[in-house]
Design a protein around this ligand. Structure first.
Ligand code: XMP
Length: 326
């Protein structure tokens, strides 16, 4: 009978046979559950002949690169290169306010940076890169066969077709038969921390679609700091597992407030927290205890994050609202 333990053994054997004794594999790593589990599996199978690349796009969460490095490199021993391209991304995002344009810029720049890094690694190890790792799950496989809905754009940053052609790489997709809950189980069996296994999803375009309007370094930093306080308090309060996804968005509006005897005129943070199983529909997180936690979070954000004097809670369901604001 099928068990996750036997899946691991079979998959590792399959990867080893496929890649051979000298072949190498590259893959983008994001710090999310899927790419981390896929990278860990590759590392178990072929060690340092798996080359992970983490692209810093300048719109990731607070200290994200350092945290990913701590988990994947220091703890798990994965061969990972961090490519800091934040200046390039933020430069290209200057003056852009349209959400889909932001997504396209980030998606295209991601592919460009990833391809360049992959070419460097390939050269360094004598052209032995043969495979591109993708953390595709079963629902992604089904979706791309059956229809091209709005998620066709959602997946744009995963489109590395040029890489497959130019470098003549073949795809390797060890998770393509698994559902999300099975990937989590696989991650646990492979020894990943609960913190990683239960991580909320994070969109490829990152904080760029959570800073409404123009994305600047300063705006990203405000959203980051608020989000960091939010997630920290969610974990402290024991709500992280119940919530499917939570984040802070920086609204591109200013509101009046009062601080001591002075009038303030600063920006507004919107907090989102939803419960969902499939992310196609979602409900706002509710509850009396949760509401008290939100109040605490609100005062922490206003006190600690410069440039913010008001916090609102987004109570919209999906549909008609989406989970992200942009
Ligand atoms: P929406 O906002 O459409 O989001 O309700 C559903 C889920 O998809 C994530 N999302 C994205 N993920 N690139 C991604 O990789 C994107 O452009 C993107 N847009 C939304 C969102 O965070 C939620 O989990």
């Amino acid at each position: 009978s099928w068990t996750m333990e036997s899946f691991i053994d079979k998959e590792i054997a399959r990867i080893r046979a496929l890649v051979g004794p000298t072949g190498r594999v590259i893959g983008a790593v994001s710090g999310g559950v899927d790419s981390t589990v896929a990278a860990k599996l590759m590392h178990e199978a072929i060690g340092d002949r798996f080359h992970g690349i983490l692209v810093d796009n300048g719109v990731m969460r607070l200290n994200e690169c350092a945290n990913v490095k701590k988990m994947l490199v220091d703890k798990m021993g994965i061969n990972l290169k961090i490519a800091d391209a934040s200046d390039l991304f933020l430069d290209r995002l200057k003056g852009v306010t349209d959400p889909e344009t932001k997504r396209k810029i980030i998606g295209n720049t991601f592919i460009e940076v990833f391809e360049a890094e992959a070419a460097i690694i390939d050269k360094e190890c004598g052209g032995e890169i043969e495979y591109l790792l993708q953390g595709t799950l079963y629902p992604d496989v089904i979706e791309s066969i059956s229809f091209k809905g709005p998620s066709a754009t959602i997946k744009t940053h995963h489109n590395v077709g040029g890489l497959l052609e130019n470098m003549k790489l073949k795809l390797i997709e060890p998770l393509r038969e698994l559902f999300k809950d099975e990937v989590r189980k696989l991650g646990s069996l492979l020894g990943l921390d609960d913190e990683l296994v239960w991580r909320h999803p994070f969109p490829g375009p990152g904080i760029a679609i959570r800073v409404l309007g123009e994305v600047t370094r300063e705006q990203v930093q405000i959203a980051r700091l608020a989000d960091n306080i939010y997630i920290e308090e969610i974990k402290k309060g024991g709500f992280y597992r119940q919530i499917s996804q939570a984040y802070a968005a920086l609204l591109n509006v200013k509101a009046v407030g009062v601080m001591g005897d002075k009038r303030t005129y600063e920006q507004v943070i919107a907090l989102r927290a939803v419960e969902t199983t499939d992310f196609m529909t979602a409900d706002v997180m509710t509850g009396a205890e949760w509401f008290m936690t939100l109040k605490r979070i609100s005062s922490r954000i206003i006190n600690e994050v410069k440039g913010v004097n008001r916090v609102v809670y987004d109570i919209s369901s999906k549909p008609p609202a989406t989970i992200e604001w942009e």
